[in-house]
Design a protein around this ligand. Structure first.
Ligand code: NDP
Length: 286
């Protein structure tokens, strides 16, 4: 019998990309399942992006993740995209189909919703408040709306970006979107069921930084989540925990979206706990 020495290739294109930890968890998953897959972290500048996308096909890659600044530019190269990716207007995962066609998905928001589900929290008819209106906030807002949330309040420093996202939610989903300007010592809207920090505030090495909120308006009825995954237990989550809220970490979200990508590329159920554990180890939190 002939041996097959060819590995199935996956990876990530970004710039900057050196600090992107995705490969660590994907490779841990491949190893755990004994799959001959590799995940390569690749620096791709915007000018070189067309060549890189041609390489995806030329190298017969199984798929690729996109991070800054390619999540929107990639839309021009796809044959098909998911409903959520279409509404979000950005793609973080490309799958190469057997016929060579490129399918685009956005797993950032799906990872968020799955991390909530793992914690026993559903979105149906919930009031969601999101801090931030960038790429992560957009993906989370759309997926929460598609998962049945009743309304999504977006609080952002730049009000126009919050308004644009709130309008998108109203136009393209069944949920109601509302935009709020971020004021000093901002109160969390009283009806909030799920509060999420979708800004980079609190990210290593500035882990002492906190979103400017009146933390005493967080209640024990709320679920509070953070997109920041390093450290996994942020100052923001610590403040919420002090008020009795349930907390869900950004590391869980990252692991859940990584697991989705794994399944899209390999067709196999991802070893989520192993992938999550590997990330914890990577951040010195084993
Ligand atoms: P963007 O640059 O697209 O958006 C950043 C958002 O944060 C904007 O709304 C911006 O407000 C706001 N912001 C930044 N600094 C401040 C500040 N000092 N005060 C108030 N608001 C601020 O970034 P992304 O959305 O792509 O990423 C955000 C975070 O999400 C990153 O830390 C990223 O690592 C993380 N992430 C985590 C994932 C996971 O799986 N856990 C997945 C994807 C991202 P303004 O509009 O006013 O500039």
């Amino acid at each position: 019998m002939n041996k097959n020495y060819r590995a199935e290739l996956t990876g990530v294109f970004g710039d900057p990309v050196d600090g992107n930890p995705t490969g660590v968890m994907e490779e841990a998953g491949y190893e755990a399942l004994g799959l001959n897959f590799r995940y390569i972290t690749m620096k791709v500048t915007p000018q070189d992006f067309p060549d890189a996308m041609r390489a995806v096909k030329a190298l017969h890659m199984r798929g690729v993740n996109l991070t800054m600044p390619h999540k929107i530019q990639v839309l021009d190269y796809l044959d098909e995209r998911s409903e959520a990716a279409d509404i979000i207007g950005a793609v973080n995962t490309v799958v190469v189909r057997e016929d060579g066609k490129l399918f685009g998905e956005n797993t950032d928001g799906k990872g968020f919703v799955e991390a909530l589900h793992r914690a026993g929290v559903t979105l149906d008819k919930k009031h969601v408040t999101i801090l931030g209106a960038g790429g992560a906030a957009r993906a989370i807002a759309v997926e929460c709306a598609l998962a049945g949330a009743k309304d999504i309040a977006i609080i952002n420093r730049t009000l126009s970006r919050a308004q644009e996202l709130a309008e998108l939610i109203c136009k393209r989903t069944k949920a109601k979107g509302t935009a709020l300007a971020w004021k000093a010592n901002m109160a969390v809207p009283a009806q909030t069921d799920i509060l999420v920090n979708a800004t980079c505030i609190g990210l290593m090495p500035d882990c002492g930084a906190l979103p400017d909120l009146d933390y005493d308006t967080i209640t024990s009825q709320m679920t509070v989540s953070d997109v920041v995954f390093n450290p996994s237990f942020t100052g923001f989550l610590a403040e919420a925990q002090k008020r009795g809220a349930k907390t869900v970490s950004g590391l869980g979200m990252l692991a859940c979206q990584g697991a989705r990508n794994f399944t899209l590329w390999t067709g196999k159920e991802a070893p989520l706990e192993i992938m999550e554990q590997k990330l914890c180890e990577e951040f010195g939190e084993a």
